[in-house]
Design a protein around this ligand. Structure first.
Ligand code: GAP
Length: 459
């Protein structure tokens, strides 16, 4: 199973999706850069999310807040006090771990753990568990003293509570309504790892949905359904998903009900997304700390005043990229692949075809334009077609290597359609369109290529 992870990490590097960060300087542990195809994939996820939950809904608006906020935000939200994980240190090799992540079992006595031997050196000599705060600090200004400490936000959520009054005063929304935000969050994780699964810098897509207290269960169920539909459209198979109701005592400090959406990764079943009922915890605390009134007044009935309760669906962007890649990865033996195709042999094809079967909307490149040979007459037609298609779709032009190798490369990056300009094109004004999944090719007149692809992409 670990091989499945290795396949993704290696394809991500080989094909320009995700690189180890600052690699020419030896890297920086557990930090990753999205390359040209990775950023397209990630943007497709963020844009589709925004389109679906902000643009297509009249009840949700977006914001884009600063990463650094007044430190009082984190006092009020409880993060400075409560946002912590247990940490144990091996007395022999001094490696530090979260005990639950290495198979440790929490004992009855708070803070006490039974921990298996150290995964690094194999010895079983641990310090007592201490609570480690995950907030990442920095200093603003020229002096590094306590008065200048600020924190990188550990979740995008808080800005949506802190900006609540500004949104109410300017946009006058009616409850129920939501605020949405996409952006970076930072956590000083004790044990980051598993590629982009757990990093110290990552991106979230979050909604704070403000409701009347009596209606919270109905909205909670609605958001659970929305998250299921999103996962289906991302191409995630239902059988790998688990919806886990987190019991009392194990939920985040602010939550009255949480469902963790877990996925069977190659390294085990772990959280993918979360859905929480935060009650009025955040608005009440910010109201108390800031002394600013954050009650909502019903514009149709001024006597109807209350502090809204909150349902929070939250999605990790990087984990979305990871599961989309894991689900899309397929290896096919060439004979099987060939029997599905038109029967045409593809020169240069290797015995195993690696193909990323992304849903079409998600594919980083939608169309590749490939002249069969480097002959000027073919290139001229192919370049002009590429130019035209690029106005509508993310498009690649490639004239290097044999056509078979070029098809294989497009399969590996998940391009749904490859348009080939060949010698017949010059006589008949048509090209072939090759389908990534079936490898079948059909001839289409050049004037009809754009609309044929459009139909296939968005049918
Ligand atoms: N505002 C609620 C909140 O932040 P969370 O479960 O701590 O809840 C939300 O985080 C999502 O952010 C997770 O479901 C996961 O997808 C993503 N996430 C959390 N920590 C992460 C990390 N260290 N690396 C990558 N993604 C992470």
């Amino acid at each position: 199973m670990e091989d499945a992870m290795q396949n993704i990490v290696s394809l991500a590097k080989r094909r320009g999706f995700v690189f180890p960060s600052s690699e020419i300087y030896g890297g920086l542990a557990n930090t990753w850069d999205y390359g040209p195809l990775g950023v397209e994939l990630k943007n497709n996820i963020k844009q589709e999310w925004w389109r679906r939950f902000v643009h297509r809904r009249a009840d949700i608006m977006g914001i884009d807040a600063a990463l650094l906020m007044n430190p009082k935000v984190w006092e009020a939200s409880g993060h400075l006090k409560n946002f912590q994980d247990p940490l144990v240190e091996c007395r022999m090799c001094h490696r530090r771990f979260r005990p639950d992540e290495i198979g440790g079992i929490s004992e009855e006595r708070p803070g006490s753990w039974t921990v298996p031997p150290c995964p690094n050196c194999g010895l079983n000599e641990w310090t007592d568990a201490v609570q480690f705060n995950l907030m990442l600090k920095t200093f603003l200004g020229s002096t590094e003293d306590a008065a200048n400490i600020v924190y990188f936000r550990p979740e995008t959520a808080q800005a949506m509570f802190v900006d609540f009054k500004n949104v109410m005063d300017t946009m006058h929304p009616r409850v129920p309504f939501g605020l949405a935000q996409v952006g970076k969050a930072f956590r000083n994780e004790i044990t980051p790892g598993n590629f982009i699964f757990r990093t110290r810098e990552f991106e979230q897509m979050e909604i704070e949905y403000f409701v009347r207290e009596k209606d919270w269960e109905e909205h909670f169920e609605h958001w659970l359904e929305e998250m299921k539909l999103w996962l289906k459209d991302l191409g995630v198979s239902e059988k790998k998903l688990h919806y886990v109701d987190i019991p009392d005592g194990e939920r985040a400090h602010y939550s009255k009900r949480t469902v963790d959406i877990e996925y069977e990764y190659p390294f085990g079943q772990e959280e993918l997304y979360g859905l929480a009922y935060r009650g009025d915890f955040d608005l009440q605390n910010h109201m108390h700390e800031s002394k600013v009134d954050l009650t909502y007044t019903n514009p149709e009935d001024p006597k109807d005043k209350f502090v809204p309760h909150v349902i929070e669906p939250t999605w990790g962007v990087d984990r979305s990229v990871l599961v989309a890649m894991l689900e899309a990865y397929h290896e096919e033996q060439a004979p099987t692949a060939r029997s599905k195709s038109s029967g045409q042999a593809e020169e240069g094809e290797s015995a195993t075809r690696v193909v990323m079967k992304f849903p079409k909307w998600l594919a980083p490149v939608k169309v590749a334009v490939l002249p069969l040979s480097k002959k000027d007459s073919l290139n001229r037609v192919a370049k002009s077609l590429h130019q035209k298609l690029s106005e509508r779709f993310v498009c690649e032009y490639d004239e290097t290597q044999s056509i078979g190798k070029r098809y294989r490369r497009q399969d590996e990056i998940g391009t749904p359609f490859a348009v080939t300009v060949d010698f017949e094109t010059l006589e008949k004004d048509d090209v072939t369109i090759r389908d990534r999944d079936t490898m079948k090719q059909e001839r289409v007149k050049i004037k009809d290529v754009e609309k044929t692809i459009e139909k296939k992409l968005y049918a």
